[in-house]
Design a protein around this ligand. Structure first.
Ligand SMILES: [Zn+2]
Length: 146
C-alpha cells in the first residue's frame, strides 16, 4: 500500500539558498517508502522525478490545548534526474530543475506542554530533520541485512 519512496540527497534551495531538510519523494520506483540516493543502481530507465519543499515561513497559532495550527509558506522544488548506466546520476549538473514554485501548507500539529512559540518552531523543524535522519539510519540498517 505504498505511495512513494524517499530520495536522500544534499541540495540547497534555489530561492533562499538554505540546505533542504525535508527528504525528497519520488513515485518512480515501487512506492514502498524505501530510500534511494544518487549512485544507486535501479531497474527503471528514467529519467526519474523527485520533489520536496523548502519551508520559508512557519506561523504557528494555538488551536486548543496541545494542538497548534501551522501555516507554512514553502517552495516546491522538483528535479528530473537521468539514469545513467543503470544508476541514478550522482552529478547534480546532470539534474534538471523542473519546477520551483511557492505553495502553502496548513495543518494541525501536536506540541508538548510548556513550549514557547520559538521552541514550537524549533520542535517542528527538528522533527523534520529527525525524520530525514531516521530514514538514513533505516536505509543503512536495511543494507546491512541484505
Ligand atoms: Zn528556500
Amino acid at each position: 500500500m505504498g505511495m512513494y519512496d524517499y530520495f536522500i540527497c544534499d541540495t540547497s534551495c534555489p530561492v533562499c539558498g538554505n540546505y533542504i531538510i525535508e527528504p525528497y519523494q519520488t513515485k518512480d520506483f515501487e512506492r514502498l517508502l524505501d530510500s534511494y540516493k544518487p549512485g544507486d543502481t535501479v531497474c527503471v530507465e528514467g529519467p526519474i522525478h523527485v520533489y520536496t519543499h523548502c519551508r520559508h515561513h512557519i506561523d504557528i497559532e494555538k488551536f486548543e490545548e496541545n494542538m497548534f495550527f501551522v501555516n507554512n509558506t514553502a517552495i516546491w522544488i522538483e528535479y528530473e534526474i537521468p539514469i545513467i548506466d543503470g544508476k541514478i546520476a550522482m552529478d547534480q549538473n546532470q539534474w534538471k530543475l523542473l519546477e520551483v514554485k511557492e505553495v502553502d501548507f496548513n495543518g494541525l500539529t501536536f506540541i508538548p506542554d510548556g513550549m514557547t512559540k520559538e521552541e514550537v518552531v524549533l520542535h517542528y523543524v527538528r522533527f523534520n530533520h529527525k525524520m530525514k535522519h531516521d530514514i538514513e539510519v533505516m536505509s543503512v540498517e536495511k543494507k546491512k541485512w541484505e
